[in-house]
Design a protein around this ligand. Structure first.
Ligand code: ZN
Ligand code: ZN
Length: 361
């Protein structure tokens, strides 16, 4: 849209947008630090705040020695287990060797009276007795471990109950603190939004528009990044409800704008030519004409073979006229004839163009 503006004007407009964005940027920074420093938002509740510390400590003091004794008993049990395995291993080796030895000698000799047989069998018997002793020792350790575990279980249940109780209170506190944080943010952001709406309605085209737009961007940023993420969920009702409301308002504004646009166009068409010309911004008129569009109704104006077109075929707006001094046919929006330089006849813009384009910038 800048092609038809004069070069310095283009720069000024660009500079004004830069001012708007910079203004928004610094406002956002100030707002964010302000919100971050609000004392009520910086400290959330902790789970440990809600634990019955004294009872929990008492239970833990009972649990600790039990756990230590279980660990010790388990060590003893492991040792017994190892000894049992070793002894079983020894026995099976000796038994194997005895069996082999007997097989080698054959069944001819009477085994019962052989002293070596008797000594070997006795040794195997002793090994079996030793195994039984170790087994019963292991069972003793395991019984003791079970007994300690039986004592430990109710204590652990007690501790779990205390923790569950604390968690319930903690979650409730968390919920309340998130609601409070949201309310504080709402108190901060709502006035910004109201101010932004007011600026948009009253000052979006005023001389100070870069500041108005900067503030509007700031308020939008605050809304979407400082408020929306902290909306309490209530199972999504609020979030989706706000979404539906915003969509509804946006849709309504869009329909309203469309209706206004159509009404305006209709009114423009019925006004006299000179009045219609005045209603159209000079830069916009030049831009539309360059694109082959009617500056009034914004529809395309295709050429017709063999015809000189001076009016829009859709709305009847005068688009070309003939210079009263030199007879050149030119764009009806030119305030001066491009051939002879005379001010266009009855053109109210001839003397005021500069002032107007400034006001509309
Ligand atoms: Zn038209
Ligand atoms: Zn002329």
């Amino acid at each position: 849209m800048y092609q038809q503006l004069r070069a310095p004007e283009r720069l000024f407009r660009l500079g004004q947008w830069v001012v708007a964005f910079l203004f928004a940027f610094f406002l956002i920074k100030v707002g964010a630090s302000l919100i971050a420093d609000l004392p009520l938002l910086s400290t959330g509740p902790q789970q440990s705040d809600f634990l019955d510390q004294r009872s929990a400590q008492q239970v833990q003091q009972q649990i600790l020695p039990l756990e230590q004794s279980i660990a010790e008993l388990q060590k003893y049990a492991e040792l017994s287990q190892e000894r049992l395995l070793r002894s079983q291993d020894e026995y099976s080796k000796d038994k194997q060797s005895f069996d082999n030895w007997r097989a080698a000698r054959g069944s001819t000799e009477q085994a019962e009276n052989n002293p070596e047989v008797i000594s070997r069998v006795r040794k195997l018997d002793e090994q079996l007795k030793k195994q039984t002793a170790i087994s019963s020792e292991l069972q003793q350790w395991q019984k003791k471990i079970e007994a300690q575990r039986d004592r430990l279980q109710p204590l652990q249940q007690q501790l779990n109950a205390l923790n569950n109780q604390a968690n319930q209170a903690y979650e409730q506190a968390l919920y309340h603190s998130s609601l409070k944080a949201f309310a504080i943010r709402l108190l901060f952001v709502a006035p910004l939004l109201i101010a932004a709406i007011w600026l948009f309605r009253r000052h979006r085209n005023s001389q100070h528009w870069p500041f108005a737009w900067g503030f509007i961007f700031f308020a939008l940023f605050a809304f979407f990044f400082e408020l929306v993420p902290y909306l309490p969920s209530f199972g999504g009702y609020i979030r989706y409800g706000v979404g539906a409301l915003l969509t509804f308002l946006g849709g309504k504004a869009l329909m309203h704008a469309l209706q206004q646009y159509l009404e305006r166009k209709h009114q423009e068409q019925t006004a006299p030519q000179e009045e219609r010309k005045q209603e159209i911004r000079y830069e916009k008129a030049l831009e539309s004409m360059a694109k082959g569009q009617c500056p009034g109704c914004e529809r395309g104006m295709p050429g017709i073979e063999g015809a000189v077109l001076n009016y829009c075929m859709h709305c009847g707006l005068k688009t070309h006229e003939v210079c009263s001094q030199c007879g050149l046919r030119h764009n009806a929006f030119f305030p001066y004839c491009p051939a002879c330089g005379s001010a266009a006849a009855a053109h109210p813009r001839a003397a005021t163009v500069t002032q107007e384009s400034k006001n509309q910038a």
